[in-house]
Design a protein around this ligand. Structure first.
Ligand code: ATP
Ligand code: MG
Length: 715
């Protein structure tokens, strides 16, 4: 067979470029995951440009050349190549024929389209890749490993189910023998003396059958719930420990969809794994039995069986394409809906309900039409196999009648054989559909694989931080969001002493929030290092470090729980006294007490029932409840009036912890021990308020500007 590029599905729109690179690499025998590429190069949220793809390809020992080319030239280029598509997408071009073009679209899979269509969609740029000698072949990782390992952790249930199922199925083997026996010895022999004995035997057979099937159902339920528990806890555990950047680059809806995919996969696996093994055993035993009874008829039935199976396998390829398309559509619709529900405030504000409803219904219609196509296709297949099952016994009776008349076979023998042949077809069809299902699981598996394979935030663990003194150093830290984006922070050098109050100010987009996230270990520095009490941040266990830093970031959110839970964050060790103390420091206690259920009042999602200032003070109380030695506040009091702000400032000063305060309103940071002014990722000025004013630099400009505005408003 001609070598083909493997289809590697993009998990989101921004990944089309790197998925194409991964496919071409796979074509040359080097399998890399999208996740690996993302981790190595970072990926800007907007997707990749052709230039970035060249850099990535070169990073994997490929000679890359991107250029402008007319569509007619493509067939003379080495294929597969990556083409820019509809000005916004990348696809792999695999073959250019005289009338049709084969592309592998990372969002859909392999497709053959007409030359005219391809020409219309091609945007004029192409990237050719050829392997260098240093390209190391790499095997694809097995997506199934995670699940098979999990299933094998439950050998008790698996073996029990297998055992009981085998016994159950052996009843299926007895039935044809009994049919033959009853026909020849009861019906045709007209001897009635065995009537009662056989009746009793049949009754006990029935009772045993029932007992074993109940047992099997029970074992299956046990296996399923224990697999669910193990799978979900492993998956969610893994998900929670993934780095912050992982969540930044994926939508919530998409991640929820993946979590649900676990259940779907488990359903198929737990049911199918056992049936596949049993079906194989049955298939062989039925075939042997049939051949023993009648070699000629047996061979015919086995031949038909093999024919049906091959048809099923071939058609499954098409089924899989349908299934994978359906999953992509489903996940798109769900992510979109999740995003809409999350952003409903803005949608209402903009009066954009109708537009979004339109977009959603378009997505949903696409999803439905793929589902419909798949259902029609599946029912076609089903009717084909059920038709064969329907006609087969009659055909055999017809074909075997000659043998009975010639006396080479008894009538009972023929009927028994007929029952065997019918039984033989069942596992064939079941194996065919199992194959279809297992392939459809592939798409789901890939989505889960992306999470399971991603590296946890701290693989190697770190030293637990019991408490901090509060000394923080940033040693020539630089940071950029991806290998291709510009530096957001450059050579930031900073040393903060315990107990110091440091303010960071600067124009919007100057990198203040990024700096805060770096300090929390949410991002890793590109260059330089961050030290807490003289210890590099990478050596400390992040979770315990963060527990010692009270932080309120610009986009920190409240949960839909009680006020108390929101402050404690479900930590049982924090007493209600601590919660009250933190609320008092944050100057919100009195207002909470005025609420009907005081601390037990439920905060509506995202704090919708609270005022902006109340929300901020609640978040501040949450940051304070652990009595942190370091406080990091990014625009945490921006919604407060000056009076409330000053009161909180006094309470915080009494706590004597290291404070890093990021603020736009300069009047709130005048009394800081040190003010650091940032601009375009650099620290441009440092000093106290008065020193900075005297310098007449950026701070002076920002401050006078603010004062003028106040003056204007006063007038
Ligand atoms: N997740 C991200 N991925 C890529 N770029 C980002 C990301 N977050 C921020 N940036 C970019 O980094 C730069 C600095 O952003 P940052 O949020 O640190 O600014 P800031 O000083 O906090 O601004 P503001 O005062 O408006 O909050 C901006 O140019 C922004 O576009
Ligand atoms: Mg910010």
């Amino acid at each position: 067979m001609r070598k083909r590029a493997p289809f590697i599905e993009q998990m989101e729109d921004a990944e089309c470029g790197i998925a194409c690179i991964a496919m071409v690499l796979g074509y040359y025998g080097c399998f890399v995951t999208l996740h690996e590429i993302r981790e190595r190069f970072g990926l800007s949220r907007g997707g990749s440009s052709l230039l970035q793809l060249i850099n990535i390809g070169s990073g994997y020992s490929m000679r890359c050349k991107g250029f402008k080319a007319g569509f007619g030239q493509i067939k003379n280029l080495p294929l597969p190549a990556i083409a820019h598509w509809e000005e916004k997408h990348f696809v792999v071009i695999e073959r250019v024929g005289t009338r049709s073009v084969t592309i592998v679209d990372p969002s859909f899979g392999r497709k053959r389209i007409s030359r005219e269509e391809a020409e219309a969609r091609y945007s004029g740029h192409i990237l050719c890749l050829a392997p260098e000698e240093s390209l190391q072949p790499r095997k694809a990782k097995n997506k199934w490993r995670f699940f098979i390992e999990l299933a094998l952790k439950q050998p008790k249930w698996l073996i029990s189910i297998l055992g009981v199922s085998l016994i159950l199925q052996s009843f299926g083997l007895i039935a044809p023998q009994l049919t033959a026996y009853i026909t020849d010895h009861l019906l045709l022999d007209s001897s009635q003396d065995k009537f009662a004995v056989i009746g009793a035997a049949l009754l006990s057979l029935f009772i045993f059958y029932e007992l074993f099937s109940i047992l099997r159902g029970w074992f299956l339920a046990k296996l399923q719930s224990s697999m669910d528990l193990l799978m979900m806890t492993t998956f969610i555990g893994k998900l929670f420990h993934l780095p912050y950047s992982f969540f930044e680059s994926r939508t919530g809806g998409e991640l929820l969809f993946r979590t649900n995919a676990n259940v779907y996969i488990r359903q198929i696996l737990s049911n199918r794994m056992v049936t596949i093994i049993i079906d194989f055993i049955l298939l062989i035993s039925y075939a042997v039995l049939m051949l023993v009874r009648s070699t000629g008829l047996g061979a015919v039935v086995i031949g038909v069986g093999i024919g049906i199976f091959s048809i099923l396998i071939v058609t499954t390829m098409i089924t899989q394409q349908f299934a994978s398309r359906e999953i992509t559509e489903q996940s798109r619709t769900q992510s979109f809906l999740a995003e809409c529900i999350y952003g409903i405030t803005d949608i209402k504000l903009l009066g954009a309900e109708q537009h979004l409803l339109g977009s959603w219904s378009q997505l949903f219609r696409n999803q439905l039409s793929t589902t419909q196509r798949r259902s029609i296709w599946i029912s076609l297949l089903d009717s084909f196999s059920s038709g064969i099952q329907f006609i087969m016994p009659l055909l055999l009776l017809w074909a075997g009648s000659g043998a009975v008349m010639q006396g080479t076979m008894t009538l009972g023998g023929l009927l028994g054989f007929n029952a065997l042949a019918a039984a033989f077809m069942i596992p064939i069809v079941s194996l065919g559909s199992a194959y279809t299902q297992l392939l459809s699981v592939g798409s789901y598996l890939q989505r889960i694989h992306d999470v399971v394979e991603a590296r946890s935030e701290q693989e190697e663990g770190g030293e637990e931080v019991a408490s901090l003194q509060g000394k923080i150093e940033m040693n020539h830290v630089s940071y950029r969001y991806s290998a291709f984006s510009p530096y957001v922070l450059q050579d930031v050098h900073l040393c903060i002493e315990p107990g110091e109050k440091v303010a960071i100010v600067g124009p919007s987009g100057s990198g203040k929030s990024t700096l805060a996230k770096l300090l929390l270990g949410l991002y890793r520095t590109t260059e330089g290092e961050i030290l807490y009490d003289g210890r590099p941040i990478d050596q400390l266990e992040f979770a315990s470090l963060r527990r010692n830093i009270g932080a309120v970031l610009q986009d920190t959110k409240l949960f839909q729980r009680t006020i108390e839970d929101n402050i404690r964050m479900l930590d049982e060790q924090i007493s209600i006294e601590q919660v009250v103390e933190a609320s008092m420091t944050a100057n919100i206690h009195d207002e909470i007490m005025k609420l009907p259920l005081s601390y037990a009042t439920i905060v509506s999602e995202n704090g919708g029932s609270l005022s902006g200032g109340q929300r901020q003070r609640l978040l501040l109380a949450r940051a304070l409840v652990n009595r942190p030695q370091v406080l990091l506040l990014d625009e945490a009091t921006s919604a407060l009036d000056n009076l409330a702000q000053a009161e909180i400032d006094r309470a915080l000063s009494a706590m004597n912890c290291t404070r890093i305060i990021i603020a736009h309103r300069l009047s709130t940071v005048i009394n800081a021990d040190r003010i650091i002014v940032m601009n375009e990722g650099h620290i441009v000025e440092t000093g106290t308020h008065h020193q900075l004013l005297a310098q007449q630099g950026l701070y002076y400009q920002l401050y006078t500007n603010e004062e003028e505005k106040k003056h204007d408003i006063a007038i």
